[in-house]
Design a protein. Structure first.
Length: 190
């Protein structure tokens, strides 16, 4: 029970403040234990962070799988545009997503290799799901090869995720509308 409380409090701290500003003392205070008690479960702040980050990646991969499965019958445009909107809608409340986005852009230098490997796993999974959906498309004719459509989409979605991290949701919709129109009209033959 205490382990799960530590992990929950740690996720919130790391997702809201990043690795450097997150405090083991604040985590311990939130759980109602002494800071030293964290070391009964984790060797160090680094060990705790990597555990939390790996869990976040696993959960977000499951979330991506859930999304694509639930949207299987929707149009290509609805699925791809909808995924970007889903990220916006989940950004404020989904701590796993916030952690991946925040740390993915501001990787702690001491943990660079471990974090980069986890971020790469997450991005590659997302990319493969997008590629598979584009490759399976039969209702619209693509103007570009599936690989190019996937790369362009990943550039679009990553740009929108940067918008979330640095500017929040305030300017998100106008940027998405402009970017989406250009992407979609460049992608499909009308």
């Amino acid at each position: 029970m205490t382990l799960q409380k530590i992990k929950t409090a740690s996720l919130k701290q790391f997702a809201r403040k990043g690795y450097d500003a997150a405090s083991l003392q604040l985590i311990a205070d939130e759980v109602g234990i002494k800071k030293q008690s964290i070391y009964a479960h984790f060797k160090s702040k680094d060990d705790l962070f990597i555990d939390i980050f790996a869990d976040a990646v696993d959960q977000e991969i499951l979330e991506l799988d859930r999304y694509f499965q639930a949207q299987a019958e929707q149009s290509l445009e609805a699925v791809l545009r909808g995924l970007i909107i889903e990220f916006k809608e989940r950004y404020e409340s989904a701590m796993n997503l916030r952690l991946i986005l925040y740390v993915g852009f501001l990787i702690p230098s001491a943990l660079e290799n471990q974090v980069q490997a986890l971020v790469t796993r997450y991005v590659q999974h997302k990319t493969s799901l997008v590629y598979e959906r584009l490759a399976a498309e039969t209702s619209v004719k693509l103007r570009v090869p599936v690989q190019s459509a996937t790369i362009a989409y990943m550039n679009l979605i990553e740009g929108m995720l940067v918008e979330l991290v640095y500017n929040g949701t305030a300017g998100f919709d106008p940027r998405l509308e402009s970017s989406w129109d250009i992407y979609w009209h460049g992608l499909v033959q009308l």
